[in-house]
Design a binder for this molecule. Sequence first.
Ligand code: PEP
Length: 250
Amino acid sequence: MRKTIIAGNWKMNKTCSETKEFFTKLLPLVKGLDRNVIVGVPFTSLQTAVDMTKGSIIKIAAENMNPKESGAYTGEVSPLMLTDLGVEYVILGHSERRAYYHETDAFINEKVKSALKHGLKPILCIGEKLEEREKGITKDVVKEQIVEGLKGLSSDEMLNVVIAYEPIWAIGTGKTATPEMAQEVHKFIRNLLESLYSKEVANEVTIQYGGSMKPSNVVDLLAQEDIDGGLIGGASLDPESFIELIKAGK
Ligand code: PEP
């Protein structure tokens, strides 16, 4: 059975001291819970987050990564640097990176392959812009991002990938896709994975929803057959709202 995973994406938020404060509040709240939880934190908070969450249900993700192991890439962070810290997941292809840093599907695919080669599990983000939804080309956009982003991956590698479907118009806007709208795209993605890999692989892959997920809408979204958790920005910054989402993610 595939896992339901609740993952936070802090983006460029929280200093190291704020990271300590956050986990000091969250850790007692998750004690004894049987859930799959990931928190994506800025590079500067990774070591603190990994150290503080050791032995708990919380796994830590980086929010980006350069595909190369080392070299003259000023300001970049490599997969070796992440695994050396004990990081297990890496968020790749987030729409903010695609939009502001011009990341292409080909470059994201390089990162996905490099992450897997180094034992990191990628959370591959995909999703359409508002104008693409309005033009009726959501499925074409999502298909291209999946086909290109996963190019060259074996079935075994695919089992270590998490997909996050994030309609861009719903990220940070307070607008959520209705559960039915999200389910339609999630089902499409699962069918696509079946045609690219197999029914078994498609049934095992976790497909998260992302886009203004919060305590008030999480239950209805997770009730959909193909929605296996969430990638959450705003509501993951506060331990009190994040724990509501974690608890909903059974
Ligand atoms: C995100 O950062 O991926 C996200 C979905 O943000 P928010 O939950 O704030 O819409």
